[in-house]
Design a protein around this ligand. Sequence first.
Ligand code: PMP
Ligand code: GLN
Length: 390
Amino acid sequence: MNRVPFLAERLQGFGTTIFAEMSGLALATGAINLGQGFPDTDGPAEVLEAAIAAMRSGANQYPPGTGVPALRRAISDHQQRFYGLSFDPDTEVLVTAGATEAIAASLLSLVDPGDEVIVFEPMYDSYSACISMAGGVRVPVLLNAPDYAVDLTALRHAVTPRTKAILVNSPHNPTGKVFSRLELSAIAELAVKHDLLVISDEVYEHLVFEGEHVPMAALPGMRDRTVTISSGGKSFSFTGWKVGWACASAALVSAIRTAKQFLTYVNGSGFQEGIAVGLGLPDTYFMDFAADMKSKRDRLSSGLAAAGFAVMPTSGTYFVTADITPFGEVDGYEFCRQLPHRCGVVAVPNVVFYDNKTVGQSLVRFAFCKRHAVIDEACDRLATLQGSGL
Ligand code: PMP
Ligand code: GLN
């Protein structure tokens, strides 16, 4: 590993995120960007107009530290409406600068140096960096392809007297796995048994195509030991607005807020007003959003298969994983670096989401949150790969 000058020890090895690297490559080459997960169309017009109207009418200064009242109320109502969960908007909801800040503030405020945090790998990249910044130790538990089932024996073995929390992400980035109720219940039972916290990253809660989204906080014994994290960026296709949130007991929110207030303090008052309107949209919005994304998943998955990839099933999120071994290639990172030059498409190598580098080596993630015409063009380009060799 190359040492980066000046960079503190705990951040050595984290380098530049794969999303910045691959989006930079897309810009430099003009390739179709199926790497970083962001939609190429705006979210609902009502949400956009609400944010613009809020800014025009003066929502341009620091909002309250926990978030604007309308958004906290809308988050609380959303948890009640979709999951029957009750959170006090004044004490049990915290608005953050994207889910990213909710994750960072949770880990920085809840993890002491030396505490262990169990994470399922492959894992979203900010988890390991934030655990490290908190001085914690990540303990990976492997989800095995192709179905990425939770290995309960491995999970039980991962718990030690130093375990502080389990970090769960369902629907799961990068695999698209939706954890089953049975799996989540087993994780919950273990958390209760060992008195552990669970940090539950549910940013893709409204992008489930098969199965159901089971919020961790709804399981027995979990409400007061779970930090539920979500993102307005994901649910309303406004990723650049960076409005996220955490719901948890008043005691947990108060702890997390302590870290949060020294990270960004607050963010995006006008955007928060817009997302508040989004959370109140009728059920049809959420159903149409998932149906549209499901059709895109099907389109990209069949295009990838036709192009010669071994395509993994994906039940949620924006992402599908494909194996490059049918091309006689094994190095997913090198494949992704070459892909824009070979055929004008950008993807992300799954290996960056693994500690166990051999497992994810030949896997590549493609984002399907793009217009149908863009997906079709990307598939046509990828179809030219066969026989082109590295
Ligand atoms: N968690 C997961 C699993 C993600 O994929 C992302 C990426 N968008 C985030 C958190 C961060 O969300 P936000 O953009 O709201 O910070
Ligand atoms: N969550 C997005 C993804 O997985 C990227 C967000 C980011 O760039 N940090 O593609």
